[in-house]
Design a protein around this ligand. Structure first.
Ligand code: FAD
Length: 390
């Protein structure tokens, strides 16, 4: 190159992006980046695309995020929530139904959409480590039992709560909590369009749920803090409700404890995290699908627009509100939950039914403006979290 001559800018479509993890967040990132004209390859450690059947509940925000084929994963709609605590209950009718989606349909549909957009998928390919090279990043993988080295300008870690990409790139580990779920026969008195939630603070600072998958079956679950105690409480709960587990599901899921910066530089390359790998989970309810897609869209925007993304800023605000709600609820005792349910009058329940939990800031302001006594209850919860007893 002559003195003063400018180094030609690389044509963007020549620069490969590697996405590690071929599940919800990774495939969504790959499709979004490929649609923006970049070369993308997804590495997935599983030998093939055969996700085990499992249902998930999401708000109708999902419809606006998904392409037509992913919308085919919707198998049920939830029109009502029933909240229970200590013999009290409150019923909330949803204006826009929640959706129950089947993961074993969603993931193949996302994979098809990513491939149609031009992304390449490599199965049986496990990410091992990462380091700088002259141009960007070198990525060590094990593929079909053999070690290989790949090269990329950017790597996206979409490899879940125990992300190896995050660990290899210097992010601290995300905190996780146990989730236990059993598929049960739907009790006769539970309509298939109604989700039930029980607050039992002696068992868990989170809650139990029963989400109908169909008129016959539902997913009964709980999130706890310690694996063995959570399982024990859950078994007692199943017995009390006289429900037989037909099938067990469970995993550790990340909890959001503040924004995880999603980008790091390694040499001349960039590493990003999306989905569970970045704890992009609504910590009030511990749902991670919609927020993981938002994180994926945000990272795709950043990759396509020199690091800029509106979506990441909006997601950070959203996750921050859920963190505030979780902190307010986390130390509630029985009498606080009883008061909470008593305070949910018709007007507050209307807000809860009209605005969904993926618009949490609007929801929170709307609810507290209709029932200001909830602010005091929430503040008491926050103070209890700081060890100050009221
Ligand atoms: C039982 C259960 C019920 C849930 N219910 C709900 C719900 O109702 N609603 C909701 O919103 N959320 C729910 N969640 C949470 C939701 O499933 C997660 O937030 C979401 O799946 C996270 O997606 P992800 O793509 O970030 O990570 P994951 O789904 O964890 O995907 C990570 C992918 O990376 C791959 N991988 C890992 N390591 C490597 C490696 N070294 N190399 C290559 N590939 C690798 C894995 O094989 C996997 O395919 C539930 C979770 C569980 C466990």
């Amino acid at each position: 190159m002559q003195n003063g001559e400018k180094r030609p800018r690389a044509v963007p479509s020549d620069r490969e992006i590697i996405v590690v993890g071929g599940s919800a967040a990774g495939l969504f990132t790959a499709a979004s980046v490929a649609r923006g004209g970049r070369r993308v390859r997804v590495l997935e450690s599983k030998p093939q695309l055969e996700p085990a059947p499992r249902t998930l509940i999401v708000t109708d925000h999902f419809r606006s995020q998904m392409g037509a084929s992913a919308r085919e994963s919707i198998i049920n709609e939830i029109r009502r929530f029933e909240l229970f605590t200590d013999g009290r209950s409150a019923h909330i009718a949803l204006t826009r139904p929640d959706l129950v989606i089947e993961r074993s349909r969603l993931i193949p549909a996302l994979a098809r959409e990513a491939q149609q957009a031009g992304a390449a998928l490599s199965f049986d390919t496990r990410f091992l480590g990462i380091g700088p090279n002259a141009r960007g990043l070198r990525v060590a993988v094990e593929s079909g039992g053999k070690r290989e080295e790949l090269h990329a300008d950017s790597v996206v870690g979409a490899d879940g709560a125990a992300s190896r990409v995050a660990r290899a790139s210097g992010w601290p580990p995300v905190e996780t909590v146990p989730l236990v779920q059993a598929i049960v026969r739907l009790p006769k008195d539970c309509p298939p369009d109604t989700t039930r939630v029980w607050f039992v603070p002696d068992d868990t600072p989170y809650f139990y749920w029963l989400i109908p998958e169909s008129p016959e079956r539902g997913a009964l679950g709980v999130i706890g803090e310690h694996g063995r105690d959570t399982k024990r409480s859950f078994e007692r709960f199943l017995e009390k409700k006289q429900l037989e587990p037909l099938e067990w599901q469970g995993a550790r899921i990340p909890v959001y404890r503040g924004w995880v910066p999603v980008r790091r530089r390694i040499g001349n390359g960039e590493v990003y995290l999306v989905g569970d790998a970045a704890a992009q989970v609504k910590v009030s309810t511990v749902g991670g699908i919609v927020t993981g897609f938002r994180g994926a869209l945000g990272v795709a925007q950043a990759l396509l627009h020199d690091g800029k993304s509106h979506e990441l800023g909006a997601l950070r605000r959203e996750l921050g509100t859920h963190w505030l709600i979780r902190r307010a609820l986390h130390h509630f005792r029985q009498r606080d939950y009883s008061q909470l349910v008593d305070l949910l009058d018709a007007s507050t329940r209307q807000s809860l039914g009209e605005i969904n939990r993926d618009e949490s800031t609007r929801l929170l302001w709307n609810v507290v403006s209709r029932q200001p006594r909830l602010v005091l209850l929430g503040l008491r919860g926050l103070l209890m979290g700081k060890g100050i007893k009221s």
